[in-house]
Design a protein around this ligand. Structure first.
Ligand SMILES: O=P(O)(O)O[C@H]1O[C@H](CO)[C@@H](O)[C@H]1O
Ligand SMILES: O=c1cc[nH]c(=O)[nH]1
Length: 262
């Protein structure tokens, strides 16, 4: 009996079960996935279903997958899980974020060391005490790549928060906790990687100051990620993240953590 060809695709994202390069850059925006893929040699679109758009190609000889995961942890984790099911073992999230820590400016990069797990999905998988940590080699590869590209960058803890806009509930203040930036999916990626014994990290381009009331109208004139300073940061961030993937493949090729589940 011939195999049903639909079984060669994973069910939610419709990505192929085999054949994808094992080093992946994951981004929220499908258009950003296409823009990053345009930097690759031999880029090909592999699949596009819902918000999940996937390309493959190579960066300086290293085969890479570039995939979009959409906005928000619950949808994004399905892409992370299915990429892991497809054999991806090294992930970097290249996203955007609002700055929290003073001194971090628009267009700067934030390299995540860990994330606060307010992602709206991993709480349903694990107790809140479980950490969301980046692989040290991912942090170091991103830092080295940012230095090489000459991109202003900072390291720190990122707040992954499912709700973008504020509501009537008071917002817990992390004042004094040293958080660097806020975004929406990274902790879901870091937890997925830890559960499966994979390598993951993230770098975020700052697209505004998003701190006390989430959107600081006075400081930013309202949230506007569609500015030249952000676009320039995204261009630098794309080079940094691709170069960091190459470093992870060639120089920091990991002693990968053992004992991950699944
Ligand atoms: O630019 P991306 O990667 O989508 O990341 C950030 O931007 C979106 C919100 O505008 C959220 O997905 C957030 O995490
Ligand atoms: O979640 C996000 C993403 C980008 N910028 C923000 O201010 N918040």
């Amino acid at each position: 009996m011939t195999q049903d060809p639909r079984q060669d695709l994973l069910p939610v994202t419709r990505i192929p079960r085999t054949g994808l390069p094992a080093h992946a850059l994951v981004v929220g925006d499908p258009a950003r996935a296409a823009a990053v893929a345009a930097l690759l040699d031999g880029a090909e679109e592999v699949s596009h279903h819902r918000e999940y758009r996937v390309f493959s190609g190579s960066w300086k000889g290293v085969p890479v997958t570039v995939a979009s995961h959409g906005v928000g942890g619950p949808g994004a984790i399905l892409m992370f899980q299915e990429l892991a099911d497809a054999g991806i073992h090294t992930f970097l999230r290249f996203g955007t974020a609002g700055a929290i820590r003073p001194g971090i400016g628009d267009g700067d990069l934030v390299i995540a060391e860990a994330a606060v797990r307010d992602d709206g999905v991993t709480q349903q998988l694990l107790p809140p005490e479980y950490p969301a940590v980046a692989a040290p080699e991912a942090v170091l590869a991103l830092q080295r790549a940012a230095r090489e590209v000459g991109a202003r960058h900072h390291r720190g803890i990122v707040w992954t928060r499912a709700a973008f806009q504020p509501g009537p509930l008071p917002l817990f203040s992390y004042d004094g906790a040293g958080l660097a930036a806020i975004e929406m999916e990274l902790s879901a990626l870091l937890v997925t990687a830890s559960l499966r014994g994979l390598v993951a990290g993230g770098v975020l381009v700052v697209d505004g100051a998003n701190a006390d009331e989430l959107v600081d109208e006075d400081a930013t004139g309202g949230y506007n990620p569609h500015r030249e300073v952000v676009a320039a940061g995204v261009e630098r961030g794309a080079l940094v993240s691709l170069e960091a993937l190459r470093l992870l493949s060639e120089e920091y090729a990991a002693d990968r953590p053992e004992g991950g589940g699944a």
